[in-house]
Every structure is written in structure tokens, then in C-alpha cells.
Write a protein that binds this ligand. Structure first.
Ligand code: HEC
Length: 138
């Protein structure tokens, strides 16, 4: 498994190598994409292929057809750290554990004691990439 600090980005923010070396699970990826407690991608992105998911957001672009015009490598990079692809974007970095201003730093001048966990695990990222690749134009 590739640790968050060891992810290698290409020139345009893409990540060539699978984070886990195993294929993503489309159903699991759909669940992570849709659920508030997990990726909660739908709070910012609407997808017509998920008609049963309420309250889809419009902060980010609609992702219908994303599997046609983005490669898995580009999608992996956008998920790991969208700022490598879109400078200054509001989209969170989902697989990143360093370079944040930690809550502990702000009030005490000391680093927060516990290591920060990435929002999504390496396999979660691969699962969401696999789901996004199924979004072809109908
Ligand atoms: C806080 C809002 C927000 C959340 C949450 C969010 N995104 Fe985004 N996303 C954006 C914005 C805004 C953009 C457009 C990039 C920019 O800022 O120019 C974007 C861009 C993208 C793109 C590229 C779209 C394109 O047309 O190339 C993909 C793919 C994507 N997001 C997937 C996801 C996935 C998957 C998740 C959940 C794991 C997610 N996003 C969560 C806001 C969000």
C-alpha cells in the first residue's frame, strides 16, 4: 500500500500507480461516494446515475460521463489531492495526512498528538475510482 506521503503525482496531478495494487470495488465505491459518513461526494457533486440519493450538491461539476473524459490515473490524483489538478480548489484532499494546519498547533503552539488519518483509505480511493469509471454517457 502506498502511504499518503509517498504518493507520486504526475505533471498534471495524475497518479499512475494503484494505491493498493488491487482493483477497486464498484459497489463499495458507489456507497462511499453517496454516504455522508464516508466520502460524501454528493454534497458537492450531482450524478444522474444515483437517482435515489437525495440532496445532491452543486458546488462542484456534475459528474455524469466522467468515466468518458477522465482516465483512472487522473481520477486517482483528483481524489488523493485535488489541489494538484485544480489549484486552490475547495474540493478536499481525501488521501493526505501532512501539510495541514493542525487544530493543536493553533491553540497551544504544539503539534496535535495523534497522527491524522486520511478521510478515505487507499482502498476507498480505488473503489471510488472504479465507480467513477462506470459513469459513461447514457
Ligand atoms: C466541498 C465540495 C467538494 C467535495 C466534498 C468533493 N468535490 Fe469533487 N470537485 C469540487 C469542485 C469545486 C471541483 C471543480 C474543480 C475546481 O475547483 O475547479 C471538483 C472536481 C472534481 C472532479 C473533476 C471533474 C471534472 O470535470 O474533471 C472529480 C472527478 C471529482 N471532483 C470527484 C469527487 C469525488 C469522487 C468526491 C468524493 C470523494 C468529491 N469530488 C468531493 C468540489 C468537491
Amino acid at each position: 500500500m502506498v502511504a499518503p506521503d509517498d504518493v507520486a503525482f504526475g505533471e498534471y496531478g495524475e497518479v499512475e500507480a494503484s494505491l493498493t495494487g488491487s482493483a477497486g470495488d464498484v459497489d463499495k465505491g458507489r456507497q462511499i461516494f453517496s454516504e455522508k459518513s464516508m466520502g460524501n461526494c454528493v454534497s458537492c457533486h450531482a450524478v444522474a446515475a444515483l437517482p435515489d440519493v437525495p440532496f445532491q450538491g452543486e458546488v462542484g461539476p456534475v459528474l455524469d460521463g466522467i468515466g468518458e473524459y477522465r482516465t483512472p490515473e487522473e481520477l486517482r490524483g483528483i481524489l488523493v489531492n485535488a489541489k494538484k489538478t485544480f489549484d486552490g480548489t475547495v474540493m478536499p484532499a481525501f488521501y493526505k495526512t501532512s501539510g495541514f494546519i493542525r487544530p493543536g498547533d493553533a491553540y497551544t503552539g504544539k503539534a496535535a498528538p495523534d497522527p491524522i488519518e486520511p478521510i478515505l483509505s487507499a482502498q476507498d480511493v480505488e473503489d471510488v475510482v472504479a465507480f467513477l469509471m462506470t459513469l459513461k454517457d447514457n
